[in-house]
Design a protein around this ligand. Structure first.
Ligand code: MD6
Ligand code: FE
Length: 216
């Protein structure tokens, strides 16, 4: 693992390369923590967190919502990006400028310039919640990176290869960490191990993850 130090302007953050084209920016979101969480409360008041059903009929343990032009949804018919929240029939809440700015800045730090996310998937994990190994492949343009913001209770991120059976590395993600991946890493399998019982002053018993994408 490569460890470099740099000073961002308003926060002290450092970077850890996971592999070519995937980097953890430790603490990158810390300066915005309070504003991010209040923007999220606004989003949840319009598009409440809910447990989606997989195409196989299983209720996901992660609670999800979205903001931005497109939201990621799953139901018995499959996975897709949709402009409308299926629970309300209304468009998803718009993406707070803070989110798109943070994501573009993080992407630039990681070497991906001009990232303009149009979708933000929000995942909330309670104790015991996990996200099984998957690839993010519902987006149209795999040349665009994904920016992932971790808040609250820590979790272990599993990071594998391009085959499901490839060996995985375990990366602890804590409050304020931002992962950016794209390019050669874009289709790597990844997941979250069951979250341990813990609490954080700003999120209580939960871990919250934002993944910002260019869906279309
Ligand atoms: C999570 N993240 O950290 C789930 N996907 O809760 C993801 O599934 C993910 O962190 C693509 C890129 C980065 C991610
Ligand atoms: Fe993912």
């Amino acid at each position: 693992m490569n460890l470099n130090l740099f000073d961002a302007e308003e926060t002290h953050s450092w970077r850890e390369e996971l592999c070519p084209d995937a980097v953890v920016l430790r603490g990158f979101a810390l300066a915005g923590e309070v504003d991010i969480l209040s923007a999220l409360e606004q989003v949840f008041s319009v598009a409440p967190l809910r447990h989606l059903v997989t195409p196989g009929g299983f209720r996901m343990s992660v609670a999800m919502s979205n903001c931005g032009t497109y939201g990621w949804v799953s139901d018995r018919t499959g996975y897709r990006y949709d402009t409308v929240d299926p629970d309300s029939g209304k468009p998803w809440p718009s993406m707070p400028a803070l989110f798109s700015t943070l994501a573009a800045d993080a992407a630039t730090q990681a070497g991906f310039s001009d990232f303009k996310p149009d979708a933000c998937l929000i995942n909330r994990y309670a104790a015991g919640t996990r996200l099984s190994l998957h690839q993010d492949k519902d987006e149209q343009d795999f040349s665009q990176p994904i920016v992932s913001v971790s808040l609250g209770v820590p979790a272990i991120f599993l990071f594998g290869g391009t085959q499901r059976t490839d060996k995985t590395m375990r990366v602890k993600l804590t409050h304020g960490d931002v992962v950016v991946w794209g390019g050669a890493a874009r289709l790597r399998y990844h997941g979250i191990l069951p979250v341990k019982t813990d609490s954080h002053p700003l999120t209580g018993e939960y871990r919250i993850n934002l993944t910002l994408r260019k869906a279309i």
